[in-house]
Design a protein around this ligand. Structure first.
Ligand code: OGA
Ligand code: NI
Length: 414
């Protein structure tokens, strides 16, 4: 069977990257996983030997990254499992290189820099001004928050609570679905790019395929099943509304993006960022852009998400009741560079309170169609900034590399 037949979105990566590494189910004990890092007296020599290719001067064995990755993966514990074991320093696997560590600070408070847009009345008299605000945020920042979006506050709270409850179940319940293939449409894992990245990040993820074919309902963990199904409904309604506003913001008909199937392939990730004992040495999620059309993000009140604006990292401070919306690479391409897909990251969580966030990535379901800048947005003054490509080609490139910034979108530049 061709590999894309039963795999969607992020899931393509998961199957490609780990099919040869998928662990046998040889349950390693927690002690096995932790013993190596715990024996170390200092982390700095590890960082040096790994990032600079020099030998460890303490006389210890050089850090065997591949072996530690394998142990971590086979334990199926995720990062939360490590934290629950009482660990007080980071396993070397998670220590990021100095370039990443040097600017890991909460941003200076810059109130109002990520706009919060009120969607009330956007189907009536206020529509032109809402379209204007959405279009401006998409052009200037690539990120905005929305309030009065029509999703009841109880639904926001119960969705967060359900994903949190999933991650806080006994380890065995989660280990049963620890996997990187998406045949059933449901998986739990730590670090989508674990086997591609230079260093691992401090978070675990529950991933569920919402569309075009919903995951097997029985496979969706019972602790969050009803909430996930409800969230899928809400995202479809609100996603349609937002795609309409974003289409109009480009001067196109409101139905344009939805006609191109841009809301049909939906993948949900329920992230859990546990307390991190050394948040200066790692991140919660490395800087990246989202590959798809738009992402709808529900975050709790803990904070840590940052967006790159120029050379500065700007906090996306939690706003009670709000949802975060961001532009993905495909929409930047279709808009012929008008809308911006920007780098964002999550700091490792320094608070005892775990952070929970739920992102739904909306992608085109038509993988064979050629995508490129809308002809309406191309002129002699504004030649096409990107060549055409199929979504299939696009995702193949995305899922065989580390999560990073603009390397993918630049590959398709004209
Ligand atoms: C993502 C993402 C942000 C967050 O999953 O792509 O950017 O706050 N998540 O978890
Ligand atoms: Ni993202």
């Amino acid at each position: 069977m061709p590999f894309w037949r039963n795999i969607y979105g992020w899931c393509l990566f998961l199957s490609l990257s780990t099919s040869s590494l998928r662990p046998s189910l040889s349950g390693l004990s927690l002690r096995d996983v932790l013993i190596q890092p715990e024996r170390r007296t200092s982390i700095e020599p590890d960082v040096r030997s790994r990032t600079m290719g020099v030998a460890d001067t303490t006389g210890e064995q050089p850090f065997d990254r591949a072996q530690e990755l394998k142990r971590f993966e086979e334990s199926k514990l995720g990062v939360k499992g490590l934290v629950d074991s009482g660990l007080t320093s980071l396993p070397p696997l998670f220590i990021h290189p100095p370039e990443t560590r040097s600017d890991l600070k909460p941003a200076r408070p810059t109130p109002g820099s990520i706009p919060t847009i009120d969607l009330s009345g956007c189907d009536s008299a206020r529509r032109p001004s809402v379209v204007e605000e959405v279009g401006r945020a998409a052009r200037e920042l690539g990120f905005f928050q929305v309030v009065n979006h029509g999703v009841p506050a109880e639904v926001l709270d119960s969705t967060i609570a359900a994903v949190k409850a999933f991650h806080e179940q006994p380890m065995e319940a989660k280990a049963r679905i620890y996997r990187r293939d998406m045949e059933t449409g449901v998986s739990f894992f730590s670090n989508v790019d674990l086997f591609h990245s230079k260093a691992a990040s401090w978070r675990d993820t529950l991933q569920i395929r919402l569309g075009p074919k919903l995951a097997d309902v029985e496979e969706i963990p019972e602790v969050c099943r009803n909430e996930v199904l409800e969230w899928n409904q809400q995202v479809q309604r609100l996603g349609g509304l937002l795609l309409g506003l974003l289409s109009e913001g480009l001067g196109l008909s409101p139905g344009k993006l939805q006609e191109l199937t841009c809301l049909e392939m939906r993948v949900m990730v329920g992230h859990y960022y546990p307390y991190c004992p050394q948040p200066d040495l790692t991140v919660g999620l490395t800087s990246h852009t989202d590959p798809g059309v738009i992402t709808l993000l529900l975050q709790d009140q803990v904070g840590g998400l940052q967006v790159k604006h120029g050379d500065e990292w700007v906090d996306v401070a939690p706003v009670p009741g709000a949802l975060v919306v961001n532009i993905g690479d495909i929409l930047q391409i279709m808009s012929n560079d008008e809308y911006k897909s920007v780098d964002h990251r999550v700091l490792a969580n320094p608070s005892q309170e775990p952070r929970v966030s739920i992102a739904v990535f909306c992608n085109p379901s038509n993988r064979e169609k050629e995508f490129g800048p809308f002809p309406e947005l191309v002129s002699s003054d504004k030649p096409p900034a990107f060549r055409e490509f199929t979504f299939k080609e696009y995702m193949r490139r995305f899922f065989t590399k580390e999560l990073d910034g603009k390397s993918l979108i630049n590959f398709f530049r004209a």
